[in-house]
Write a protein that binds this ligand. Structure first.
Ligand code: PMP
Length: 461
């Protein structure tokens, strides 16, 4: 097998180093899935959506010399905001400085914007994806700004799933999508995972034994970095195997990656599915979701979806009918900050953020070893903000007493999430998810000490 050099992100992200990979194919052979390919993926709801009579014509307002009588835009002269300044931290010096929105950015931020987002932010994010994921613009993808990534995931799944359609999900899966997938009446098929990510052997087995009478799954939902809830980060090998299966069995990979920039592992960063798919020889199977929630602000509600244009178009049509667009005001603030930092500034900022969470992880690990050795097992995460640990319950107890432990722990003054909420089937499990993002050393120590008392009690010791 020829060994080909491909360009992928380095450990810090926002840069590039060459890596070699035996399964890679030369870039010149990369095939772009044609627009027609996605027709089979679109749900009935997505096919039925039409552009509204006004939003569809909005781009024409930019025609030079045109006098527009089109949209019901409020006159911004009557808005009370005349300027906007905010304080920000310089990622390099960590010194605070003041940023002012340029008048034109403020004007845009105060007004309705295009469905896919404020143009300056779309441009910045498209460049970011080119730099970070090494995808050039000619490869049939684009970016849409959304109200956080949850909004984008919901619209993506609505664009694809009809009632009764199958969706592959990690086992366990981010609890925030379970009610969403259930409400769409999608049939969730759980794929086994371990510390290396999705078990491609489990996925292959499911796909190869799929009943001929049932339509094959249209999509696989995965959180590849610092997974919520397991904390695991999928390895390069597993990602390439999953991509290969997507190509063979025609499904879309929904790459939900809000913890991508919270990678603090010792080894170089693994490229995203969106980066790697170019190495499989075909691009167009990955729809990626990024979020500013964990790195800029969760309240600002800005995320972005990146992927095949027909899918993004379907999602935008949903946005146009549901909420018109993500808040321009938030987008104006984000683009002002990002432009002031530049890509290097964002890179430095994400390094600072991941170092912060790494230190929190280390504190949690030390307290875990101090209080829970022999009572619980864990593989420390390399990204994100979650510990997923297995309580060593008495023989024969496969998770029955975890709810009781949770209750007793709550009475004893500590709250963690029993793992069962992350299984669509509600299966019992001895696992618990603990979030360590907010706690200082004293709180972590006390929380795990309290948990120790309750676990010991449950074990009758
Ligand atoms: N996906 C995952 C895996 C998450 O953990 C979260 C936040 N808890 C989201 C999506 C939603 O993030 P956002 O704030 O960008 O909507």
């Amino acid at each position: 097998m020829p060994v080909v050099t491909a360009v992928v992100s380095n450990a810090d992200g926002l840069g590039s180093v060459p890596i070699t990979n035996g399964t890679a194919k030369p870039k010149t052979e990369v095939k772009q899935l044609p627009v027609e390919y996605y027709a089979d993926f679109l749900s009935d709801a997505a096919k039925a959506r039409r552009p509204g009579p006004i939003r569809g014509l909005l781009p024409l307002e930019k025609t030079p010399g045109l006098i527009s009588l089109l949209a019901g835009k409020p006159n911004s002269a009557m808005f009370p905001f005349t300027s906007l300044q905010f304080g920000a931290r310089d990622p390099h010096s960590l010194k605070e400085y003041t940023l002012s929105l340029d008048q034109n950015v403020l004007d845009e931020g105060l007004q309705y914007a295009g469905t896919a987002g404020v143009p300056a932010l779309i441009d910045w994010l498209t460049d970011l994806q080119e730099i970070e994921h090494h995808r050039n613009r000619s490869e049939g993808w684009r970016v849409s700004v959304t109200s956080g990534s949850q909004d984008a995931i919901y619209k993506a799944v609505q664009a694809i799933i009809n009632s009764g359609d199958s969706l592959l999900v990690e086992k366990p899966v981010y609890a925030g999508v379970i009610p969403m997938f259930e409400s769409l009446r999608s049939e969730m098929t759980e794929v086994e995972t371990d510390d290396h990510g999705i078990q491609s052997s489990s996925l292959r087995q499911i796909l190869e034994n799929w009943p001929a009478s049932k339509p094959k799954p249209k999509a696989l939902y995965t959180v590849p970095y610092g997974c919520n809830p397991t904390g695991m980060t999928a390895t390069l090998e597993r990602r390439l195997e999953v991509l290969e299966l997507a190509r063979q069995h025609n499904f879309i990979i929904l790459e939900d990656d809000p913890y991508y920039y919270l990678y603090y592992g010792d080894k170089p960063r693994v490229p995203s599915y969106f980066t790697l798919e170019a190495q499989t020889g075909t691009v167009g199977h990955v729809l990626r979701f990024d979020s500013f929630s964990k790195i800029l602000s969760s309240g600002i509600r800005v995320g972005f979806a990146t992927g095949p244009i027909p899918l993004l178009n379907a999602m935008d049509l949903h946005t146009a009918s549901a909420n018109l667009q993500a808040a321009s005001f938030s987008q104006a603030i984000v683009v002002t900050l990002l432009k002031s930092w530049g890509y290097e500034g964002l890179k430095k900022h994400t390094e600072n953020v991941s170092a912060f969470y790494r230190a929190k992880r280390d504190v949690f690990q030390a307290a875990f070893e101090k209080h829970l050795t022999g009572l619980a097992e864990v593989t420390p995460p390399e990204a994100g903000m979650f510990y997923w640990f297995k309580i060593l319950l008495p023989e024969g107890d496969s998770g029955d007493s975890v709810e009781l432990i949770r209750e007793k722990a709550f009475q004893g003054g500590v709250l963690a999430l029993p793992g069962t909420v992350f299984f669509p089937s509600g299966a019992k499990t001895p696992y618990v998810r603990a979030s360590f993002s907010l706690l200082d050393e004293a709180d972590v120590d006390e929380a795990l000490r309290r948990l120790r008392v309750v676990i010991l009690e449950a074990r009758g010791g």
